[in-house]
Write a protein that binds this ligand. Structure first.
Ligand code: PLP
Length: 393
């Protein structure tokens, strides 16, 4: 590329994809330190502290494993530690990520009952109850749910799903992906009886990609004693053993752990309830803009609106990726692309992590201008409607 074709942009890039999210300066500074000996006493002090302090983010008092991995690795860890070849698992087609997790489970040798869905709704708790009631021999070993479908901006109601499992008196494990909800949307591992919560660093935790998490229940730990899927790197047992002394059986991502320590400070200072309320407000303002523009939010059930991202459906004749291209070029803002079968039909506005009212106002102003430039007919009152939410609530 010749220099002449490079567009110079002043100010900061707007990274409004639903993860990775914008990194707070404090997190960046915290990571810019020498890497220390991961077998030395200073490391152990830091890790012992972190392994405790990360628990409240999952609302658990149990262990949380931290892998040097992306979220996909944490998915695999959840499956290989709890299940055996040929085990049946129940999963739901809520979107692209639920489908990928299904593919992984099948690839690992599990048999997946995949309940079809239209990518506009979350998991129906009544269907969970129905499917489990139809399994009197308890062949289904686990139920896999994506809490917040990042491809669609639709959440699933985990507490109600738990109640459905209990209603069927079924012993299946509940495995939940909170990759784009953790530290953004209210989530309670212990209270909701989740057995493995899967997550990662680059979304609500405001860190770069590179850390994967499994929060695990006693029931999951007991299942791990019998699980026969092959595993080595992901095996919980040696990790939990080393963690007791503040170490890991492999070289940990030390600088990301410095970042995690700082991110936990940030979350503590704001307080998790305030963090969730901020995400709820920003999501409400975003939906006000979308509806005000005369466009459609992909999520079809208001009980399932996502507070961390909004997927915007464009009508026939418009290419969502062209809108994104114009916005990137003109306003230096990245929006999420449509994934899987939604490619070209939706774009996704990420409003999670380190953002404030004016970041969101700027984001929505950029989206509105980009839509206009792309020739999508929108009512400019949309932005005003969003500002009204930000001003009054
Ligand atoms: N699950 C969900 C809900 C996601 O949003 C993503 C990534 O965005 C993944 C799983 C995969 O995570 P990673 O890309 O970190 O491997």
């Amino acid at each position: 590329m010749g220099l002449g074709s490079v567009t110079a942009h002043s100010g900061r890039h707007f990274l409004q994809i639903p993860g990775p999210t914008n990194l707070p300066d404090r997190v960046l500074r915290a990571m810019a330190r020498p890497t220390i000996d991961h077998r030395g006493p200073d490391f152990a002090d830091m890790a012992l502290d972190l392994l405790q302090r990360v628990r409240p983010v999952f609302a658990t008092s149990g262990p949380v494993l931290i892998y040097p991995s992306s979220g996909t690795g944490a998915w695999e860890a959840a499956l290989v530690n709890t299940l055996s070849p040929g085990d049946r698992v129940l999963a739901f087609e809520t979107g692209h990520f639920a489908t990928l997790w299904r593919d992984m489970a099948e690839g690992l040798g599990l048999v997946v009952d995949f309940v079809p869905g239209d990518w506009r709704r979350g998991v129906d708790p009544a269907l969970v109850a129905e499917r489990l009631a139809a399994d009197p021999d308890h062949d289904i070993a686990a139920v896999m749910v994506v809490h917040n479908e990042t491809s669609t901006g639709v959440t699933s109601r985990i507490a109600e799903i738990r109640a459905a499992i209990d209603e069927a008196a079924h012993p299946a494990l509940l495995l939940v992906d909170t990759i784009s909800s953790l530290a953004s949307i209210d989530y309670r591992h212990d209270e909701w009886g989740v057995d493995v919560t899967v997550s990662c660093s680059q979304k609500g935790l405001m860190l770069p990609p590179g850390l994967g998490f499994n929060a695990v229940s006693d029931k999951a730990l007991a299942a791990a004693q019998k699980a026969r899927l092959p595993k080595s790197y992901w095996d919980w047992t040696p990790i939990l053993e080393a963690n007791r002394r503040g170490y890991f059986p492999y070289t940990p991502a030390t600088n990301l752990l410095y970042g995690l320590r700082e991110a936990l400070d940030l979350l503590d200072e704001e307080g998790l309830p305030a963090v969730f309320a901020r995400h709820d407000r920003h999501a409400a303002a975003t939906r006000a803009a979308v509806c005000g523009w005369g466009l459609e939010v992909l999520c079809a059930d208001e009980r399932e609106y996502s507070s961390s991202l909004t997927a915007v459906l464009l009508g026939e004749g418009h290419d969502a990726d062209e809108v994104r291209r114009i916005i990137l070029e003109r306003f230096d803002m990245s929006l999420g692309t449509g994934l899987g079968k939604l490619a070209g039909h939706v774009f996704r506005i990420g409003h999670l992590g380190d953002i404030n009212d004016l970041t969101l106002a700027g984001t929505l102003a950029g989206v509105q201008m980009g839509l206009e430039l792309a020739g999508v007919r929108v009512d400019p009152a949309g932005l005003q409607a969003a500002l009204q939410v930000l001003r009054t609530e």
